[in-house]
Design a protein around this ligand. Structure first.
Ligand code: SAM
Length: 268
């Protein structure tokens, strides 16, 4: 049985760590994004995400994104014709960046600052599609608890679209292109991975960072997290493409490891 108190402490420390890095990310990319979001058809979604979101019928649908960061993926859903869009993130700094980008783009995307396990009930049963993309699951201590909270956001027949790093990558320290690929961490580990090097994965800037705690989840834990939350797994694919800012060594190794995956869960 996982210890809820330590989970809470890890989540609080992580949100503090994200809050600290928000102005640093903004320094790297906000001005450029303020220009880009104003362009017609703005999108940061890759071909995979775009094809799935089209297939799921994003046009005219209400879409939420949890742990949305600065909201650029959610703003991209607007370009696919999404109706009401709400992004949830636990760091006010990123919520403010998302709001600034939405205002610049002249689009009505709402951003809400809250911890993902405490999304206000007024948003429950409101969304046809909930997005979970690139670097969310590893901040969650427990897949069962996470999916049961997210499932509350879905309206009847709503779906959760997950596009994430492959779990096998969490057996490796993040590495640059020339680094050897070292299998160092157990796929089955339960304990949090504590990192003190900060979260500036854009500029690699050093700053005094609150240590963050991340978690490795087996693919089976992710699948069962959904199933135990009364969701049906509709689609699952492991993919070769690299979707993160880490593990460049794996991408260049030629080993052919899975780098990402898509899962789609439907509300029963
Ligand atoms: C790596 S970003 C992921 C998102 C997005 N796909 C992107 O590429 O920017 C992770 C985000 O999750 C948020 N986050 C982490 N833990 C959270 C929690 N427990 N509740 C709410 N937000 C959380 C952080 O503030 C951060 O903005």
């Amino acid at each position: 049985m996982k210890d809820r108190q330590s989970d809470k402490a890890h989540i609080q420390a992580n949100l503090k760590a994200w809050e600290e890095v928000a102005p640093i990310h903004a320094r790297h990319n906000q001005n450029e994004l303020l220009k880009r979001v104003c362009q017609p058809g703005f999108s940061v979604l890759d071909e995979t995400a775009t094809a799935h979101l089209r297939r799921l019928g994003t046009k005219g649908k209400n879409v939420a994104q949890v742990c949305c960061n600065n909201g650029v993926e959610l703003l991209s859903c607007k370009s696919l014709g999404a109706a009401c869009c709400v992004g949830f993130d636990g760091a006010q700094g990123f919520v403010d960046q998302g709001t600034e980008l939405a205002n610049a783009a002249g689009t009505d995307v709402e951003f809400v600052c809250c911890e993902v396990h405490d999304i206000p009930s007024e948003y429950h049963s409101s969304f046809d599609i909930v997005l979970i993309t690139i670097g969310v699951l590893s901040w969650m201590p427990d897949m069962g608890r996470f999916f049961s909270e997210i499932a509350k956001l879905l309206s009847k027949d709503g779906v959760i679209f997950v596009y994430e790093h492959h779990s096998i990558l969490l057996m490796l320290e993040p590495g640059q292109a020339d680094d050897p690929v070292n299998w160092e961490l157990s796929y089955f580990r339960d304990e949090a991975y504590i990192d003190e090097s900060g979260l500036d994965y854009y500029g690699g800037e050093s700053y005094e960072a609150t240590p963050n705690a991340s978690f490795s989840h087996k693919l089976s834990d992710i699948v069962m997290g959904g199933i135990n939350s009364h969701l049906t797994l509709d689609y699952f694919e492991e993919l070769p493409q690299h979707i993160s800012n880490a593990w460049w060594n794996v991408e260049h190794s030629g080993i052919g490891l899975p780098m990402s995956f898509v899962m789609v869960f439907q509300k029963n």
